[in-house]
Design a protein around this ligand. Sequence first.
Ligand SMILES: NC(=O)c1ccc[n+]([C@@H]2O[C@H](COP(=O)([O-])OP(=O)(O)OC[C@H]3O[C@@H](n4cnc5c(N)ncnc54)[C@H](OP(=O)(O)O)[C@@H]3O)[C@@H](O)[C@H]2O)c1
Length: 269
Amino acid sequence: MTSLLQLYPQQQADITLEGLYLSHDIRSLATDQPYVYSNFVTSLDGRIAVPHPTKPGLVVPKNVANGRDWRLFQELAIQADILISSGRYLRDYADGRAQEILQVYDDPRFSDLQQWRAQRGLSPQPDIVVISASLEFPVAPELVAGDRTVIVVTPDTSDPQKRAALLDHGVKVITVPQRVTGTNLVAALQAEGYQFIYNATGPKVLHLLLADNVLDRLYLTQVNRLLGGSPYSGIVDGDLFETPVDMAINTIYYDPIDVGQLFLSYQKA
Ligand SMILES: NC(=O)c1ccc[n+]([C@@H]2O[C@H](COP(=O)([O-])OP(=O)(O)OC[C@H]3O[C@@H](n4cnc5c(N)ncnc54)[C@H](OP(=O)(O)O)[C@@H]3O)[C@@H](O)[C@H]2O)c1
């Protein structure tokens, strides 16, 4: 297996991919506030998604997504109490065009990650919180299978009938006033007892986390490939922040496989 080069904080050769982000030990970073972290894979021109070749909407570019990044995504996910997903993700999942986040731990490639949770007395997989205003998504059987808790956080202006239908599926529904924000989302999850929260969704949700200064750490895989494409989709989508969000570099690794990629992590400055 090709090894990585650590470039920061100090240079170090022969770093193994497997276990890299487990060694970041997110669960050791507990404070009295929930710890919120996020991850994206981007092209060198900053694209996280490109237009789907045959359907409306965007998809993660196939020539940027790769198994080594995906392994690290899972190493981060497994350390969480709960994963943030979105109505858009569940629509795409039903349509067969979303990367699998609902049942990966049944995959033998990730059996070591299953053990990692078991050894720590954690549930077999993290719970899931879906952020949605429209509530227009199907409840996939994989979503509510097993004893995983599924929570939907939605504005109190959302359709009460759709909320009732979700309750019938065994989904817990939490309403927040007017709109979901970083602050009310994290407060709602903290009230439910969650401490480690992993954002697996896209640029609008990252925007709401950053706007309220609740994101603690950002992981980025930057693949050495430029894509172009319109509309542009980067890691953050929303209004100009009232106060720019500064992040400090935490780690940088170079992965020489294929065209090469950087595994970067930043933390709240
Ligand atoms: N390359 C990567 O690492 C990466 C990572 C994540 C996503 N992506 C791509 O980026 C694109 C966009 O991703 P995404 O749609 O998951 O991300 P997003 O733009 O952050 O989330 C959009 C969905 O989240 C819900 N939402 C967002 N803000 C909300 C708020 N304040 N209140 C209530 N609901 C809210 C909405 O659901 P409703 O419409 O149901 O109301 C909306 O459709 C996709 O093509 C995805 O594949 C790429």
